[in-house]
Design a protein around this ligand. Structure first.
Ligand code: PNS
Length: 168
């Protein structure tokens, strides 16, 4: 039986921190599904689900056991439906812990058949988040150290404040 893991997140947009977690998860499981999910607690996303999918596809090109999907529902239901054995999340700092712990417990209550697995982020990605990337890019700052090189221009063109009408 294939050992499938789901790597859920907003990915708005994908960062080097996300890519690191996806890459490491792909070495631990037979298949990793990067699941673009809705975080009901966050304000309106900057990128549409289709845009986020395009960026993740580009950033994970060549990773044979990584697939991308979009979820408009409960993560626990998705995990159950595809028979995944794990939910993989990246942990940056202590500040992530309480929220992630809460989600892991809630998901376990909703579906007991999968485990949440936390991978500690690389130290250089400790401070990195999609919202930091968006703020820097909006004001024309350099985000080349924060996002995969192959999607750098796409993200810049889309986020810089003078260029709000950019389309893929
Ligand atoms: O990248 P984020 O925003 O921290 O990821 C949070 C996310 C999207 C994984 C979480 O909000 C989620 O699982 N959303 C799907 C809907 C769901 O199942 N919510 C209940 C989680 S306990």
């Amino acid at each position: 039986m294939k050992r499938i893991a789901v790597c859920p997140g907003s990915f708005d947009p994908i960062t080097l921190g996300h890519l690191d977690i996806i890459t490491r998860a792909s070495k631990l499981f037979d298949e990793v599904i990067v699941l673009i999910s809705k975080n009901a607690g966050k304000a309106q996303a900057s990128f549409t689900p289709a845009e986020r999918m395009y960026l993740i596809e580009k950033a994970t090109e060549g990773m044979e056991n990584v697939v991308i999907d979009i979820l408009d529902g409960l993560l626990a239901d998705y995990v159950r439906n595809i028979n995944a054995i794990a939910i993989v999340k990246g942990l940056r700092a202590v500040s992530d812990f309480e929220y992630e712990f809460q989600m892991a417990l809630a998901n376990k209550k909703l579906y007991d058949g999968a485990e949440t697995v936390f991978l500690t982020t690389k130290s250089e990605n400790m401070y990195l988040s999609s919202s930091i990337v968006k703020q820097i890019a909006y004001f024309g700052g350099d985000i080349s150290h924060f996002v995969p090189e192959c999607v750098l221009e796409d993200i810049k063109k889309r986020l810089v404040k003078e260029n709000k009408n950019y389309e893929y």
